[in-house]
Design a protein around this ligand. Sequence first.
Ligand code: SAH
Ligand code: SF4
Ligand code: F3S
Length: 443
Amino acid sequence: MSRKYNIITYGCQMNEHDSENIAGLLESMGYEHCDDPYKADVTVINTCSVRENADKRFFGTLGQFKKIRKNDPNFVLAVCGCMPQQPRVVEEINKRFSWVDIVFGTQNISEFPDLLEERLRTGRRMRSIIDNNPDINEDDMKPVRMHRHKALVNITYGCNNFCTYCIVPYTRGREKSRPLSVICNEIKSLVPDGVIEVMLLGQNVDSYRDMAGNSFADLIRAVNDIDGIERIRFMTSHPKDISDDMIECFNTCPKLCHNIHLPVQSGSDRILKRMNRHYDRSQYLAIVDKLRSVCPDITISTDIIVGFPGENDEDFEETLDIAKKVRYDSAFTFIYSPREGTPAAKFEDQIPDSVCHERFDRLVDVMNSISYEKNQEYKGKIYEVIPEGISEKDAHTISGRTDGFKLVNFTSDKSPEKLMGRKVKVMITESKTFSLEGVEVSD
Ligand code: SAH
Ligand code: SF4
Ligand code: F3S
């Protein structure tokens, strides 16, 4: 009987893609995927440490494996991702969670098969974490991709920005750009497998620059020239580095989706400065204007943190104000969470929980009502949607995304299998806050 694996993934799309690579490594060792992490022979927990509740969930999950590991000494539990990049976490695992067999970092995923074999051969606990791997690459990986028709593709690793609240530069190391030719060859190799959409990933895609001097705009143009690719997306953009040349790509590259995730974090200049974001609200608003003048139907989403140390009522009002000015299509809103080792965790003027929650609720109300209003404009119109799967709630409903990344749940006379992997036309019949509903009208 073949051996089974399962991977539990927390965090961002970069972690999701790392899990695809880890699945590829395990399958090349002969393991088969199984749905139940408690019934596998090897379970990998790919962790996130961006906010404190991610920490808590992770330690809770580890606790649940104690019994499994005790009853079956051959079961292997591995932990990777951003949590073990913090020395205190590895110490805590060693002290309190002795049943964790393997721990490896974000920058040595390729070592995992050796660590696993060594663990199986010797029974020893394996730990391997590199802080800042200059040779990080995934060029020889054969990921098992989660989606058939769209692929996550890393363009940069790490981050150099050191926003004062953020742990990512400490967990992912310094920024490195993959060569344009390597990225394009990877994408070309995906087309015969049915991939028509790519999501280019980096913590700050706008600072992409490879050894040959290619910029992010050069990369978009090169991907736009790849036959078989129909949609190009990217994330995350940083307002301090976004260039006019990149913005112009919305005009010149027909495959580039009319959608951008442009985190603002705060609407207050004082707070933006303390966050080390290197732009102010007027510069941010000027970028939004430029995007909308080049690409009038562009959809814009954002990330906002409330309760950053020192945020007063006026600062928060400025955040509400910028949200109303931009009128975001959607937003991820977070309560500031102090991360050990980051400068902001040591700022003295931390904001009480009750104030954070009150501001958070007010912000969410504003963002949701804007999303709802914007979605009303879609009603009665026809959009191209790429179906991604069957709705979780209803087997007769297919879900997919518009070019602008709006989630659409729709019905069709045709079988879902027939529609997957190609653009279909959908008439929008109902608009909700977070999704649209419709019927397929392709001829
Ligand atoms: N590189 C991306 C995303 C980083 S993490 C960027 O620059 O936008 C995703 C989001 O998590 C961030 O945009 C930020 O809004 C949020 N975040 C990061 N650290 C946080 C913290 N300590 N507390 C609350 N939210 C945080
Ligand atoms: Fe974190 Fe800032 Fe880097 Fe984004 S740009 S990963 S928020 S430090
Ligand atoms: Fe989390 Fe690491 Fe991504 S901290 S958000 S998994 S880069």
